[in-house]
Design a protein around this ligand. Sequence first.
Ligand code: ATP
Ligand code: MG
Length: 441
Amino acid sequence: MTANRQRTTAIQPTLIPRPEHNISRANISQGALRVLRQLKDAGFAAHLVGGGVRDLLLGREPKDFDVATDAHPDQVKQVFGRHCRLIGRRFRLAHVRMGREIIEVATFRGRADAKPGADPGNGMLQQDNVYGSIEEDALRRDFTINALYYNIADFSVLDFGQGMVDLRAGTLRLLGDPQQRFQEDPVRMLRAVRFAAKLGFNIDRQMERLIPRHADLLKEVPSARLYDECLKLFHGGQALETFEKLRHYHLFEVLFPDTERCLADEEEHFPITFVSHGLHNTDQRINQDKPVTPAFLFAVLLWEPVRRQARILREQEGEAEIPALQQAGGEMIARLVRRVAVPRRFSLMMREIWQLQPRFDQRQGKRPLRLASHPRFRAAYDFLLLRAQAGEVEQELADWWTQFQQNEGAGVTIDPELSEDTAPKKRRRRRPRKKPEQSQS
Ligand code: ATP
Ligand code: MG
């Protein structure tokens, strides 16, 4: 290992030899192993790093395997040829395709603030290609448990913080000065909460104290990044716990100020139970490998503010129920996307889910059948079930619609909203449709 001359990055990693840790090659994907070996054979350093190493050490199944190397991207390209694609505007990375796997290969990065003109505190990560040593790469990472490197050359683990100690103790600890690390990149606060919920870890004392005080820094983070982060927070299978932690650390109110305002001033415990039921439902679907859509998630998160705003419009401006709901939905989405950039296709779907709600009250004549053939019926019906669970509408109403679908049979079992992400084109309606009308919203 090259001695590091830079004062602040001079650290001694601990080397944990193969017999003293539990990472076995049998648990690393074939693709990642091949990438590591080929880099090593070409004379480069090659390490598994990040969540993959952390999860293996914890005996969990890693989501994916990331590789870090001292080879520069074009050298990685030379090693893997047409199997390699260089990507990334923020930082050049290589994607190496091995069979059906894609392994991300990143060159060791230098210190974020080593670049002249770096401006910590702007809520953005440094974006340029500054390559560095493995030590520097380690110190840029967020938590000690995410800065462990599995070296393919001798199967040892390199620990640059106190990652192994923290893994054993179940502690999340930032590398470096926590305040500075949050200022550099406030998203780390969200990541702390996400990992705490996912791994059942404790957030260390210092961070606990700092997060509520720095929560507002999230306002500086680009809304597109916050959207991505929200999906990781709420579509990771621990949404309910994550939500509770986000509220505890005063982060939720920065992401969803309108929702927080409703939660804080709850009526008959209603708001909290609605969001909680919705997130619990999302967790269940994910843990059963059922598809989920961001539209449903955000529709749940914003329902209470929308409902309240609609009531104000009805009571103060004499609006009718459906237009009031439409207008309230539009207003709340406009406010949401300034902070969390939900893509338009999902915000349109959210509005449809909301707008269909009053139509569940209309059970006469042909109306139920017409509602049931709406492309968003299934999502709107699931939403209705949640409202009933939370006590906002009578359970009898939800039961009626459940029964109605059973009676009507296959005609109403379309489930297009949930296939939106996974297989947008797969489900074809049986009858050719008229040219789809643009929804009013
Ligand atoms: P997951 O299982 O959710 O993928 P992960 O730890 O692999 O967890 P990624 O977002 O895939 O998380 O990031 C990979 C690694 O990159 C992290 O383990 C961490 O070392 C580093 N990293 C990611 N985001 C940041 C950040 N905002 N600041 C510093 N380091 C980061
Ligand atoms: Mg990862």
